[in-house]
Design a protein around this ligand. Structure first.
Ligand SMILES: C[S@@+](CC[C@H](N)C(=O)[O-])C[C@H]1O[C@@H](n2cnc3c(N)ncnc32)[C@H](O)[C@@H]1O
Length: 256
């Protein structure tokens, strides 16, 4: 079955609040396949609209030959990047339904079911690795460590993150709507963000093993990127919270 993306986008109901932000129910207390599908198709629509203020795309250069998107959803960012056919483009995600939507829209991009924390690729394979608003849902240390491992020496990462203000807004919404489960979950996100950014420690959501979510701070993410082994860390926090960094050495700081 091949899908007409424009028809799907026209027909769908949009259940989420901001582009480039967390999708509705992107937490363990009520995710739905329909919410996921709508989110990814809507993000594809935005990615295909250069004038849209909600659009943020990775800076892919002509020199990039092997590109990885971690937490790619349906591969919307890679699809909208219109890459040359010679470029090896790979996306990984844990959401199999999102990956199958992407596979039906584009057969050239390799979409792989895998966790960001355990990337199924050999070391130093990709020359550009990015993650667009997906790292906040992962174990940051493990995933950034994996991104570092699969990156070539001299390669760059580009990541879009969640500021504290976003989580605070979501908490406020949960409380004002008297959504108790959601407020409990947001409390976890805030607590995990505080321990991560202040102490460098992160912990999974107590009622769902292996599920993480947190916000990031400029100082916190800079420290984690350095600890994992990245150099030349640059951070921009305007409409979007974006960090870039380079892998300059073939060994991690902790390696012998
Ligand atoms: C907010 S969506 C972002 C999707 C896409 N990158 C974009 O910019 O539209 C977050 C994505 O991260 C994925 N995700 C969450 N935890 C993950 C994990 N541990 N490993 C891989 N993907 C994960 C989700 O399934 C979801 O597709």
């Amino acid at each position: 079955m091949s899908w007409n993306v424009n028809t799907l986008i026209e027909q769908m109901r949009l259940p989420f609040r901001i582009a480039g932000g967390p999708r509705e129910n992107a937490h363990p207390i009520g995710d739905t396949a329909m919410g996921s599908r709508n989110y990814h198709l809507h993000e594809l629509c935005i990615a295909n609209s250069p004038g849209d203020s909600r659009r943020i795309m990775p800076p892919i250069l002509e020199s990039h030959r092997r590109i990885l998107d971690v937490g790619c959803g349906a591969g919307q960012t890679l699809i909208a990047s219109n890459l040359a056919s010679s470029v090896m483009a790979v996306g990984v995600d844990i959401d199999c339904s999102a990956l199958s939507i992407g596979k039906q829209m584009n057969s050239r991009i390799h979409l792989v079911g895998a966790r960001g924390e355990a990337l199924p690729f050999q070391k130093e394979y990709f020359d550009f690795v990015f993650s667009r608003v997906a790292l906040p849902y992962m174990n940051l240390h493990k995933t950034l460590g994996e991104m570092w491992r699969v990156l070539t020496v001299g390669g760059r990462i580009w990541i879009v993150l969640h500021p504290f203000s976003l989580v605070l807004k979501e908490m406020h919404e949960s409380i004002s709507r008297l959504e108790i489960k959601s407020a409990i979950y947001r409390s976890y996100v805030i607590a995990n963000g505080i321990t991560l950014n202040l102490l460098g420690k992160e912990f999974a959501f107590p009622f769902k093993k292996e599920h993480y979510e947190c916000f990031q701070t400029v100082r916190g993410i800079r420290r984690i990127l350095k600890r994992v082994g990245f150099d030349s860390v640059e951070i921009a926090k305007n409409n979007f919270f974006v960090a870039t960094a380079i892998k300059n050495a073939p060994t991690m700081p902790s390696d012998p």
